[in-house]
Design a protein around this ligand. Sequence first.
Ligand SMILES: [Zn+2]
Ligand SMILES: [Zn+2]
Length: 202
Amino acid sequence: MANMDRCPICDVAVRPENLIRHLNDIHPRHPDTAKLIEELKAEPGRIAARRPSQPFRLSRRLVSVIVVLILVGVGGYYLVTNLPAGGTPLPCISGTGSAYHWHTQLTISSGGNPITIPANIGISLTCMQILHTHDSTGLIHIEPDTPEQARIYTVGDFFHVWGKSFDTPSRMTVNGTAVSASSNVGLYNNEAIVLEYASFTP
Ligand SMILES: [Zn+2]
Ligand SMILES: [Zn+2]
């Protein structure tokens, strides 16, 4: 048998590529082991020969990186799925209007001048709320997904999503008929609500 080493501690014959493992396995608590392994590691061939025997050994640093990536992923998922629902006036929806998909036309004037109702009210990067606008025509989209969400929404709900105070309009009409001005007026499909204010700041 050529090319055998002897263990400096127990003098048993060991293949050179197995000597570090032998010291680790058989003499882990011997006072000379750490120093011997350090010296052996400096010799070419010792480390490379050991590697195939422990192919699944992960470094501490790699494990840390994997754990951090998992935590970031879980945290991101938690934020995307939970923050909008808790942070917006109305729940986030799919945009398919699974329960119903209605439209109400809202028109607002201030001192006789038309007010532009912005596009994308109720829409952010991560959340489309049940009430929203897609353009600046004043068309409110009402798109609840679930039976629990399928109630009648009010013009006050829309102002809440918009972040505006309903305040006190001087005149309010629904489909051309004057009604007493109230934020509790419901948003029904294909109806037209007009709000006239002495002064309204968009
Ligand atoms: Zn719509
Ligand atoms: Zn929509």
